[in-house]
Design a protein around this ligand. Structure first.
Ligand code: HEM
Ligand SMILES: *[C@@H]1O[C@H](CO)[C@@H](O)[C@H](O)[C@H]1NC(C)=O
Length: 499
């Protein structure tokens, strides 16, 4: 077919001037681009996409989640937008978000394969996998986390011990200004490390500190414009130098680290005495009737997923918590007063104290609400053709959940933009709120929610039992954020003054 067509085209080449041919070629590409973008009838509304670029230019490079605001204002709770050749549907507001995540949850269980993530993670592990493999890996990870102490005393003790180490590391600073960032990351990471690798890492272990910095850098880079450009034009961007190549390099190093630990586990693996997640996984792989999804690559990526998801999110939240305490001294004092009454100074806090500490519990929730660290959660994809709020949504459509619209909804929260623990209090008692969705919800909601909540309460109370957090002399602490995959505070120095 093409052999016959070629001479015909050559002939055309000879008689048609180059410019005309170029114009026709351009038109052809344009039309095929427009055809590719065709949406079904009754698709959620959105701005007219520009050829080749989609709505890329609507996105503010520095603050992408604020810039689309105008679209939300114009189109309401559900609308579509395009970046490069990808179409997204953006979902706003508690009612609709909940509808999609929970009631229609089964229609939106999958993750989309964004080029930049797919290139490295493929569909392995927990976060980026789909279908059968995801179901098996998630079930196994949840039950293994439970065996290693979720909801049991052993895990609680591990967290308490780690928070003692963190307190000691803060004490070394003697109340002088310091940046607590990587001490916090190390302490928090040690909890998931001890569950998955069976080990914790010293805060001055420079190799481990380097890994923590790689995770941090990737969380930042993957929220940048480079990430969006790569996703929109993957083939082109592969050839263009830029920070997006660092992303792959960093993930590669982190994967190497996990691989080495797995190799060591294989050497001294004893199926009758499983020490941690990796041991359990090796045992599962060795079973005669094991599911086919339990293989080496899934082991590596599930471990890597737990490692970075269990590190970055919770540490970022604790970093915000210290900032909010230092900038709201009267609230910090009330937390400390509650700690002094319920726990005192002679023993460490326990999870059992949480029910007797409504104010502290409310403060931890309010920190999570206002710091809104995953403003767009993690994207989902329609598993089948479906309808949503009366619109047609075909299989494969990417959905983005705007958690900001839930956590800052002015009809739900008295003072959405002001730090206010009263959001979670009623007559002095802790009040649960349906609209508190920082972990998302439904079958694909955060797998580490219970672990994260345990860590947040215990680390926070232990730190405030021992220290008062203050801005360094003559410094005004900033609550501005930096956008990455997570919204995190700008680098800051703080004083941890012993009580
Ligand atoms: C403050 C702490 C945390 C926050 C705010 C948070 C938030 C989230 C959110 C919003 C999602 C997306 C869920 C969805 O698509 O509906 C998620 C997924 C996930 N989180 Fe967390 N998370 C936190 C801590 C953790 C921890 C400590 C772990 C470690 C065990 C963890 C492991 C995961 C995993 C593995 C997924 C993917 C689940 C799946 O795709 O099935 N997270 N998290
Ligand atoms: C997300 O929600 C916030 C708060 O309601 C809103 O200001 C913003 O425009 C929304 N963003 C998108 C992309 O819908």
């Amino acid at each position: 077919m093409s052999l016959q067509a070629t001479p015909g085209l050559l002939w055309l080449w000879q008689i048609v001037p180059f410019q005309t041919l170029a114009v026709f070629l351009g038109l052809f590409l344009l039309i095929s681009d427009v055809m590719k973008r065709r949406r079904p009838r009754n698709f959620p509304p959105g701005p007219l996409p520009l050829p080749f670029l989609g709505n890329l230019l609507y996105i503010d490079v520095k603050r992408p989640h604020i810039a689309v605001e105008k679209l939300a204002e114009k189109y309401g709770n559900i609308f579509s937008t395009q970046m490069g050749s990808m179409t997204f549907v953006i979902v706003n507001g508690f009612q609709l978000v909940k509808e999609v995540l929970v009631h229609q949850g089964d229609d939106f269980l999958d993750r989309p394969q964004f080029p930049i993530i797919h290139e490295f993670f493929k569909t392995f592990g927990l976060i980026m996998s789909n279908g059968h493999s995801w179901k098996q890996q998630r079930r196994f990870a949840l039950s293994t986390l439970r065996n290693f102490g979720l909801g049991k005393r052993s895990l609680e003790e591990r967290i308490l011990q780690e928070s003692r180490y963190l307190t000691e590391a803060f004490e070394e600073e003697k109340g002088q200004p310091f940046d607590p960032h990587f001490k916090i990351n190390n302490a928090i990471s040690n909890i998931i490390c001890s569950i998955t690798f069976g080990d914790r890492f010293e805060y001055h272990d420079s190799q481990f500190q380097k890994l923590l910095r790689l995770i941090d850098e990737n969380m930042y880079l993957q929220g940048s414009i480079w990430n969006q450009l790569y996703n929109a034009f993957p083939t082109l961007m592969k050839w263009i130098p830029g920070p997006h190549h660092t992303i792959f390099k960093n993930w590669g190093k982190l994967k190497c680290f996990v691989r080495e630990i797995i190799a060591k586990h294989k050497e001294d693996w004893n199926p009758s005495e499983t020490r941690d997640f990796i041991d359990c996984y090796l045992t599962e792989m060795a079973k005669a009737d094991t599911d086919y999804s339990f293989h080496e690559e899934n082991l590596v990526f599930s471990t890597l997923d737990l490692f970075f998801a269990g590190t970055e999110t919770t540490s970022t939240t604790i970093r915000w918590a210290l900032l909010y305490m230092a900038t709201n001294p009267e609230i910090q004092e009330r937390v400390q007063a509650e700690i002094d009454t319920v726990i005192g100074q002679s023993r460490q806090p326990t999870l059992g104290d949480r029910d007797n500490m409504p104010y502290t519990n409310a403060v931890v929730h309010e920190v999570q609400r206002i710091s809104n660290i995953l403003p767009f959660s993690v994207p989902r994809m329609a598993t089948r053709d479906t309808t949503l709020a009366g619109y047609q949504v075909p299989k494969g459509t990417v959905l983005i959940f705007n958690l900001t619209s839930v956590l800052f909804d002015k009809n739900e929260w008295e003072t959405p933009h002001t730090f206010n623990p009263k959001h979670f209090l009623e007559n002095g008692q802790f009040k649960k709120r349906d609209t508190f969705l920082p972990f998302s919800a439904g079958k694909r909601g955060c797998l580490g929610e219970q672990l994260a909540r345990t860590e947040l309460f215990l680390f926070f109370t232990t730190l405030l039992q021992k220290f008062t957090f203050q801005a360094p002399k003559d410094v005004k602490l900033s609550l501005e954020y930096r956008m990455g995959i997570t919204l995190h505070p700008l680098p800051y120095q703080i004083c941890a003054v012993s009580r």
